[in-house]
Design a protein around this ligand. Structure first.
Ligand SMILES: [Zn+2]
Length: 83
């Protein structure tokens, strides 16, 4: 059952719940949490979390269990003018 997020606070767009991979920084490290239900504005992309989901994210990040570890290549930003 998906949560009713109402309209987007910023643009009034429709907010639809999706199950996403969430990037989360904690104590200087980047974590990815899979399978998180997030309300996403269809117009501007703003993300909305219910209080329950926020709490669950917090708990998931602090949990000892690590599902798997992936390496993430970091790229340098090259402005268009520099090309
Ligand atoms: Zn919006």
């Amino acid at each position: 059952m998906s949560h009713n997020y109402g309209d987007c606070y910023f643009c009034g767009g429709e907010v639809v719940e999706k199950i996403v991979e969430l990037e989360y920084r904690w104590k200087g490290r980047l974590y990815i949490i899979e399978g998180v239900p997030v309300g996403i504005c269809q117009q501007c992309g703003e993300k909305y979390f219910t209080a329950q989901v926020s709490e669950a994210i917090d708990r998931s990040v602090k949990a000892k269990e690590i599902k798997r570890t992936v390496s993430v290549p970091v790229k340098k930003y090259i402005p268009v003018e520099a090309i």
